[in-house]
Design a protein around this ligand. Sequence first.
Ligand code: SF4
Ligand code: SF4
Length: 162
Amino acid sequence: MSGIAVPQFATIIATGPSRAGVGPAPLFFAPALGKAPVDAVAAPLPENCRMTYVVTDNCIKCKYMDCVEVCPVDCFYEGENMLVIHPDECIDCGVCEPECPAEAIVSDSEPSLERWLKLNAEYAAKWPNITRKREPPADAKAFDGVANKFETHFSPAPGEGD
Ligand code: SF4
Ligand code: SF4
């Protein structure tokens, strides 16, 4: 027998808009699997789609490390006095955000976070990976909420890692 075999359960039932704007994309339905219609090319991103979470300056000299305990993909990296998230490894699950006592973790879908996204990306490539919580600095509470910590206390030196 020659030619391309077409799965019998796959039936084109409609067309939908293409995200790339190059014409309608076919929608397929797989009744054998009991699945809803799926855009065969790419579904439009939902409006609240987030790309990553980032660590911001209130982590500096607080470094409680509660976040590393819950991350399912171990994408935190340790500086001397701050952690960062690797933006290419973060799966955007959001689990770490409420765990941070310093409220230093935010979604990069929030405005004005480009600076922190760049910092997280740069230092995630330079600092060692950390997956286990250690004792936070003794003066962590005293630095929680201090203004302009990046300008006054950021250290580019790497931490210990695991
Ligand atoms: S829990 Fe918050 S303050 Fe602590 S290391 Fe993680 S991001 Fe920094
Ligand atoms: S959002 Fe999820 S994957 Fe990303 S750093 Fe936080 S816990 Fe890890």
